[in-house]
Design a binder for this molecule. Structure first.
Ligand code: ADP
Length: 154
């Protein structure tokens, strides 16, 4: 039988407990989850790519069916390249929903079939976003409550 591969794409700048929760909750539904860091040369990141990768690898090192990759260009092209049949997204609120719905519908057209599957965020993690974390980090706040254990921000 064909392996059920799911792609979880994002910037992960940095990975948060919200991202971790999505992967852990989906883990048993697929043979493999590929957490993939999209790199966009025009975007400015707070954490460079090697650092973001270390944070993600530390987070999932106990789970052999979670693989960490990087990609450039369109997410759908990368999904096809790794033979993913599904894309995973987390939904925190209606803004996420409206945005993700259009992308998912277009991606299905573009890929001739890769389906996006959505998980509603756990209520206690719904307020966590990488964007807010970056602001807190800039202000030297302790963000350890919002990031997985393997993420050490000094
Ligand atoms: P992007 O650059 O694509 O916005 P992110 O790294 O911000 O990437 O997010 C990747 C995915 O993780 C998205 O599907 C997003 O909705 C989801 N996500 C982000 N934060 C949370 C959270 N707190 N709980 C659940 N899902 C989340």
């Amino acid at each position: 039988m064909q392996k059920r591969i799911a792609l979880f794409p994002g910037s992960f700048d940095p990975i948060t407990k919200g991202h971790e929760d999505i992967v852990l909750r989906y883990m048993n539904m697929f043979d493999e989850i590929v957490v993939a860091v999209g790199t966009n040369t025009t975007k400015n990141y707070m954490f460079d790519l090697p650092t973001r990768l270390v944070f993600i690898k530390n987070t999932f090192d106990k789970y052999p069916n979670v693989r960490v990759e990087t990609y450039e260009g369109l997410t759908v092209n990368f999904a096809k390249k790794i033979n993913a049949s599904y894309m995973l997204r987390g939904l925190r609120n209606t803004t996420d929903f409206d945005y993700e719905k259009s992308i998912a519908q277009m991606n299905k057209e573009l890929t001739a079939g890769i389906d996006t599957v959505f998980l509603i965020t756990n209520p206690d993690l719904a307020a966590i976003s990488s964007t807010i974390l970056r602001e807190l980090i800039k202000g030297k706040a302790d963000v350890s409550a919002f990031v997985p254990k393997g993420v050490v921000i000094k």
